[in-house]
Design a protein around this ligand. Sequence first.
Ligand code: PEP
Ligand code: MG
Length: 892
Amino acid sequence: KKLVYHFSEGDKDQKDLLGGKGANLAEMTRLGLPVPPGFTITTDACRHYLEQGREPDQLRVQVTMALRRLEDEVGRRLGDPVDPLLVSVRSGAKYSMPGMMETVLNVGLNDRSVLGLVEASGDERFAWDSYRRLIQMFGKTVMGVDGEAFGKALDGAKAHKGVETDVELGARDLQDLVDEFKQIIANHTGHEFPQDPRRQLDLATRSVFDSWNTDRAKVYRRRERIPHDLGTAVNVCTMVFGNLGSTSGTGVCFTRDPATGKPGVYGDYLSNAQGEDVVSGIRNTLSLDDFAELDPDSYQQLTRIMRRLETHYRDLCDIEFTVERGKLWMLQTRVGKRTAAAAFRIATQLVDEHLITLDEALERVTGAQLAQLMFPQFDAAAERELLTKGMATSPGAAVGRVVFDPATAVAWQARGERVILVRKETNPEDLEGMIAATGILTSRGGKTSHAAVVARGMGKTAVCGAESLEVDRAGLVATAGGVTVRQGDLLSIDGSTGEVFLGELPVVPSPVVLYLEEGLDVALDKVDEGTAEVVRAVARLLTHADGVRRLRVRANADTGADADRARRMGAEGIGLCRTEHMFLGDRRPLIERVILADNARDREAALAELVSPQTDDFVELLTAMDGLPTTIRLLDPPLHEFLPDRAELMVKVAVAKERGEENPDDERLLAAVERLHESNPMLGLRGVRLGLTVPGLFALQVRAVARAAALRVKAGGDPRPEIMVPLVGSVMELHLVRDEADAILAEVRDSEGVDLQIPIGTMVELPRAALTAFRVAEAAEFFSFGTNDLTQTTWGFSRDDVEAAFFAAYLDKGVFTVSPFESLDVDGVGRLVDVATREGRSTRPGLKVGVCGEHGGDPESIHFFHRTGLDYVSCSPFRVPVARLEAGRAML
Ligand code: PEP
Ligand code: MG
């Protein structure tokens, strides 16, 4: 088996085998770019080592051959006493894991070859410094010596000489330091620093393999959802030096600005330095323009290569390079990460440059990125003072006063304050405080911590794991970097970047929302040129998505105002109007009368009073949605939700009795509350069960829908209502509702003299409905999956208690990687969706099928619904653009 690939043997599509870095080094080598020669040891070799505890048998020989080929190519031998070849040994997994794994530089130096390097480089100080660095790195990463021991020795050398910085140490000092470092290794490990270059190489390789499984690498992978069994490749590459004087240097650059997407190269250069120095930010870097002045030849060559790479990869590339005594070397490239704004902008720029098609551009942006661009943002022009930075946990821009406990959060919110709840970490007891807060900030915990899961579930801005923040709950203060924040101080937190700022930053609406709500021209008028390009890119890609997608997108909306907004967001109908809210507020006494009525006449009288307001509701909705399908769902929630709180009422009645002031109305109410009390209301008298239990209730709603439609037709409108029955488990339930509803529709049709076509369909939100879909479809003219309840009843998880402790634990232990209420459980719930769709259509060919649970707005779930052949998804108005984009992407 081939375990070692020379750089000229691989290509960019072999990331599984060669890792990202190795595959791209191979690609650049094949393109004829100046890459220092080298080879890659495959992830296969690493996996074998990690599984068996030793290297595969053939590895040694294959490395020997690759090394020989490399030595012949560069005309030098590894660790030769005369002009030695030195190599770097670097990790490189399929997915980038920045800073998580090991690197050893200058492999090949020993007591003899260092003299060869002195000779070859003509720079004694450089040679000894390189050797010193090798022993230090090797001692720490390969031999396991505490890095601090070397740091102390280095400080000692500087103190002894009376200097401040490493550069002031001369060749002699460094030579002494080499001796001291070797002694440290011997003292700490009982072994000598290995002088044999090949042994150095083998041990360094092994330590890179081992570094795949360090704790921090594991934690990182869990957080980024990178599988644990991929292993890393190891890249062995000829060393080139950026620290050989003023004609040498090193830099990183991007072919476009990854933060804003602005065209034009962008980067940093440090002269007389090695790669690590740029990243660590110790010294101030130069811009590429400065580099152009310093070394015009290398700069020209670099920009030519950047253009070449962009046309080759057809995307933004980021690049690491080194100049060694005027000669440019490419050390790494990859398709660069970018912000959401840059993603949209760059994708359309590349279309205009004829590098990619619009389809490809659509593939390169995501619904999650679009969602990010739709959140309100801190005004980019505002002055800001950073307090700390944590993880970008739940996007948005929140400003409020600092509080340290949930009770204060609730109290302050009640008096009209916006608050930021600051905690070390949160637990279920913080829930009320989290609900009251505008934003949440924690100093501990990751993306699946309680705070993170709950905040995202609530759509609340949150920054978690701001580790530099010390939270002192008792003292009502928090400190970071020497700055103290007290209860009541203003903070601004950015959940899209993880940044936390002192004071109040102005918040502006997203320009993308401005475009969606008020049109492109209005939005473009209000923003700078860079932002305008982002908005234009969003508009263009959304339009393209609309052109290619098969899945229709509707909105869940209950009022005329919501429906208006949904339309502006591009909704092609309403997939779910929850009629519950129409029964609350001042109509509640009427509902109480319906429930409490002990004879049919009273009940009918109460219901009759509801017909007219309910008709008005539907007229409003059908007016806003004129010409588009509008699915109105009959009443769903448990009946007791319309009655007063049981405990409160019991107290009230008891107290009244005590005082001899009995109120018969209250007592009757209490009796009704008692009668309707359920231990599991979500599994109780809900949905169709309610309709079949309370005579006249569904009839009232059906009548109101029909009348509203008739009124709209008479007014010259084009109403398209559809009536939907919730929580059906058996076709019998549906037949019973239909019999009554069909009669009412016919009656209204006759009395109003209008030809009404109002389909009656069902929600599929119980496993039984899904499993008997072939039957249910006999009585249903359409299906709409209620995946919230379907998830609840399939898993047996209460949808109202997802903040329960076990959810965080399940995420942590990997039972699922994302809450099944957030992203559809394809294996389980998805199977029911698939079965019900197919069997429903086998009974009723062409049956229209949609989804109206939360999953209708979730990107991954949308792709599943597309694959399964649904006709539409329905989601909250704000998610509609996201769904449009993802439905388009699902076609590609
Ligand atoms: C559902 O259950 O998925 C649904 C859309 O209905 P509701 O959320 O109103 O129960
Ligand atoms: Mg439901």
